[in-house]
Design a protein around this ligand. Structure first.
Ligand code: ATP
Length: 220
């Protein structure tokens, strides 16, 4: 279903969110107070306007509260980012995602009602460090503070050619296999207990961070 998004701030982060949403056929209003930035997105976003988002009257006249989701991607000017988030919240925007510059900024944004706070540099750093220190984890997404969805390559020969049921996967690892990626093309979604696990299968598993780590460590 097509949703409406407003992106405030067209730096690298806001700009890349804008392009990706448009590629997914969503409706995007792009706002920035820098005319050059707006010109860059004129032919990309559904609409692009030069406006100072700190001005409440401007935000109201743009109909910000009618958008399904507002993304506040102002980085350096922390005061502007906080003020705009607060105004969007007060206008009753249903979903607000705000970009934080540091931990304190993130905490303030959460407190004033941003639904999702992203901290791209920190998040990428954590992600990369996990990938560098884990044995077989190709990628992962933190679902919450405690739960992770991870892609783990199967290299433990003890499991090759055995079914999920025979391995007693859920009981032994406390993890759920959401999908198995086999080779470049095959994706087995929600595999049944009689599905066999093959060498180099990529398992998409969900579980606590500890259980995902234990499973990763069980690989050869
Ligand atoms: P990135 O890392 O995503 O490139 P950044 O963290 O360096 O960005 P900034 O460059 O500070 O973030 O801000 C992103 C964009 O937000 C800029 O294009 C800037 O012009 C715009 N911006 C800043 N303040 C406002 C405002 N009050 N109203 C509208 N746009 C704004």
């Amino acid at each position: 279903m097509r949703k409406t998004f407003a992106i405030i701030g067209l730096g690298r982060f806001g700009g890349s969110v804008c392009r990706t949403l448009i590629e997914s056929d969503q409706e995007v209003l792009a706002i920035d107070n820098d005319e050059d930035r707006v010109n860059e997105y004129m032919n990309i976003a559904t609409h692009a306007v030069v406006a100072n988002a700190q001005d409440e009257i401007t935000l109201r006249s743009l109909g910000l509260r009618n958008f399904d989701h507002v993304i506040i991607a102002i980085g350096e000017d922390i005061q502007a980012s906080i003020l705009v988030t607060l105004m969007a919240k007060e206008m009753g925007v249903p979903r607000i995602t705000a970009k934080a510059q540091n931990e304190y900024h993130a905490r303030v944004l959460e407190k004033i009602g941003a639904d999702v706070v992203v901290h791209p540099e920190r998040d990428m750093g954590i992600r990369l460090a996990h990938k560098l220190t884990s044995k077989n984890i190709l990628d992962f997404i933190e679902l919450s503070e405690d739960y992770t969805l991870a892609e783990v390559v199967m290299t433990n020969r003890a499991f090759f050619d055995r079914t999920i049921g025979e391995i007693n996967f859920r009981q032994n690892f406390n993890l759920t296999i959401v999908a198995i990626r086999r080779g470049k093309k095959k994706l087995i979604v929600s595999p049944a207990a009689d599905e066999r696990i093959l060498e180099d299968d990529v398992l998409l598993v969900v579980g606590t961070n500890e259980d995902v780590e234990l499973f990763d460590n069980s690989m050869e």
